[in-house]
Design a protein around this ligand. Structure first.
Ligand SMILES: Nc1ncnc2c1ncn2[C@@H]1O[C@H](COP(=O)(O)OP(=O)(O)O)[C@@H](O)[C@H]1O
Ligand SMILES: [Mg+2]
Length: 254
C-alpha cells in the first residue's frame, strides 16, 4: 500500500533560477510533471551531481514537516544542512494512510556509522535490546554488518524508508540480503524510495526507476539504467572494455 503517491514542484517556486536547488534540471522538471511513486519501491538513478540526494532530502524534509512531532521525526536529522527544496515541494500521500515507521538515511551516514549509532543510543525506541543484538555490540560489527543489523532491527515495517545509496556499506552478498529484508518490509506494508548505483538493488522487480540527467527526470526500464548497462558490458566483455579504457587515449564516449 502506498503512503506517498507523488511529488511535484509547487507553483510558488521561483520560475527562473539557475541557483541550487532549482537550477538542477531534474528538480526543475518536477514543475512540468509530477513524479509518481511506486507503491512498493521507487529508485532514483543518475550520474553523480544529477540531483538524487537533493531530491531525496527534499522529499524527506517535506514529509517530516507534514508529520506530527515525536521520536520518529528526530530521525530526519541534519536538517540544518538541507537545501530549501523541501518547502517548495508538493508531496501527496494517500488519504488516511499514516505510516507507523519511517527513516531517512543520507549517503554520508553509511560512512559515518558511529555518529548514527550515537543518535540511536539516545533514541528510546531503538536503545533497548538493539546494541546487544546477536550477542555482539554493534560497535564490534563491521560497517556492512552493523548496517544490516540496523535494517533488521530498527526498521519495523508499516513505514516509509528513504535511503541514499544504501549499497555503499554492503558487499554484493549483503546487497542480496538487503533485498530480502526490503521485500519482507514491503510485504509488511512499507514503501521505499532509494537513490542507488547498484545494479543488484535496482533489480528489485516491483519498482519504478527514474533517471535524473541534464535534461530532467524520466522513467526508465532496468536494462536501460547505466548501472545495469555498464556492469553488464563490463562483465560480458571485460577485456575489451579494459583495453579500450586503459590503452585508448579517447575514453570520452564510453
Ligand atoms: N548545498 C549545496 N549548495 C549548492 N550546490 C549544491 C549543494 N548540494 C549539492 N549541490 C550541487 O547540486 C547538484 C546535485 O547534487 P546532489 O543532489 O548531491 O547529486 P547526486 O546525489 O545525484 O550526486 C551538484 O551539482 C552539486 O554540486
Ligand atoms: Mg548523492
Amino acid at each position: 500500500m502506498p503512503f506517498l503517491t507523488n511529488v511535484s514542484l509547487s507553483s510558488d517556486a521561483p520560475e527562473e533560477s539557475d541557483e541550487y536547488p532549482l537550477g538542477i534540471p531534474a528538480i526543475r522538471d518536477l514543475r512540468e510533471s509530477m513524479l509518481r511513486f511506486h507503491p512498493k519501491c521507487t529508485f532514483l538513478v543518475g550520474e553523480n551531481g544529477s540531483g538524487k540526494s537533493t531530491l531525496l532530502e527534499g522529499i524527506a524534509d517535506r514529509w517530516g514537516y507534514s508529520r506530527e512531532g515525536g521520536s520518529r521525526t528526530r530521525n530526519l536529522y541534519a536538517q540544518e544542512l538541507w537545501s530549501d527544496l523541501g518547502p517548495m515541494l508538493y508531496l501527496n500521500r494517500k488519504p488516511g494512510c499514516n505510516p507507523m515507521d519511517g527513516f531517512f538515511l543520507r549517503a554520508e551516514s553509511f560512512f559515518n556509522f558511529a555518529t548514527m549509532l550515537d543518535e540511536f543510543e539516545e533514541d528510546a525506541y531503538t536503545a533497548d535490546g538493539y546494541f546487544s543484538y546477536g550477542g555482539k555490540s554493534l560497535h564490534a560489527q563491521s560497517h556492512g554488518e552493523s548496517f544490516l543489523t540496523l535494517f533488521k532491527m530498527r526498521f519495523h515495517g508499516d513505514g516509509v524508508y528513504i535511503l541514499d545509496e544504501p549499497e555503499a556499506a554492503l558487499s554484493p552478498q549483503r546487497q542480496l540480503a538487503f533485498l530480502v529484508r526490503m521485500n519482507d518490509l514491503i510485504k509488511d506494508n512499507s514503501q521505499f524510495i532509494i537513490a542507488t548505483h547498484s545494479p543488484i538493488l535496482l533489480g528489485y522487480p516491483e519498482a519504478t526507476i527514474y533517471e535524473l540527467d541534464e535534461f530532467g527526470i524520466k522513467e526508465i526500464g532496468y536494462e536501460e539504467s547505466q548501472p545495469y548497462q555498464i556492469t553488464s558490458r563490463f562483465l560480458k566483455d571485460r577485456e575489451r572494455m579494459l583495453d579500450y579504457l586503459l590503452n585508448d587515449d579517447d575514453e570520452e564516449d564510453l
